[in-house]
Design a protein around this ligand. Structure first.
Ligand code: SF4
Ligand code: SF4
Length: 238
């Protein structure tokens, strides 16, 4: 299981999928949908187009994905790993999950097929789907980071919409090089979840078992934000 402390989210759909779903969304409606998502406290949207190779690898037959990103609460992340912390993280997850269902309903109401991908279903890696957006990168500490922040959770909607603004180039690829010069997460990890070459050791990391998030707290991307770290990286490379 990826989210050991998360409980399944109840089914909150109020609207059925359309029988003949639309495949094209207007810019105006996509803007409106984005505004509603932001008003629901999501940090932003990304889009993944899953190619045939990816679909074959994961045994899926869907391809157009809307990623709804939310900021995990800093107050919760700063807590020491505990049952209480895991409970609060799950409550936050449930709250955003309910909002994600409501957003899927808005798409259904407007003629599009929209289904939430079950975030607890291990058959497909949501991180792998996130990487297909070309707006995410896996940091050295194994976090799936978007520009909006390191402390992001996300829900995903698979949809009939074919003309979402999919990105084809990943602007975050420099992050791997930056991580190779940093290593703060290695020094701060209480579980020593990195090998002698600084490679992350999933089995030792307690993030998804006990809610550890120490490496987020100390990471420059969290402390300073993506743009500032990028500027610093630019100066380093001069
Ligand atoms: S602490 Fe440093 S090495 Fe670790 S993920 Fe953040 S930037 Fe990368
Ligand atoms: S154990 Fe904690 S500090 Fe170490 S990698 Fe996992 S989440 Fe980060």
């Amino acid at each position: 299981m990826r989210f050991r402390y998360h409980q399944p989210i109840p089914n909150f759909y109020n609207i059925e999928n359309p029988i003949e779903p639309l495949t094209t969304i207007s810019n105006d409606f996509l803007d409106e949908f984005t505004e509603i998502a932001i008003a629901s406290m999501f940090a932003g949207l990304s889009y993944s187009k899953l190619n045939d190779e990816f679909k074959k690898e994961w045994g899926i037959d869907w391809d157009n994905i809307i990623i709804l990103k939310y900021h995990m609460s800093s107050d919760i992340l700063k807590m020491e790993p505990s049952k209480e912390k895991c409970k609060l993280m799950d409550e936050e997850f449930q709250e955003y999950g309910a909002k994600a269902f409501a957003l899927a309903d808005i798409l259904r109401e407007n003629g599009f097929r929209a289904d939430l991908i079950n975030p607890l279903d291990d058959r497909v890696s949501l991180r792998a789907v996130a990487m297909q957006s070309n707006e995410a990168i896996i940091t050295r500490s194994n976090m799936c980071m978007f520009k909006e922040g390191l402390n992001l959770g996300f829900f995903m909607i698979k949809t009939s919409i074919e003309n979402l603004p999919f990105k084809t180039v990943n602007e975050l690829e420099w992050v791997g090089d930056y991580c190779s010069t940093c290593g703060v997460c290695i020094d701060r990890c209480p579980e020593k979840a990195f090998d002698e070459n600084g490679k992350f050791l999933r089995k030792l990391c307690t993030a998804h078992r006990e809610g550890c998030s120490k490496c987020i707290d100390y990471c420059p991307f969290y402390k300073r934000g993506y743009d500032k770290v990028k500027k610093r990286y630019g100066r380093m490379k001069k």
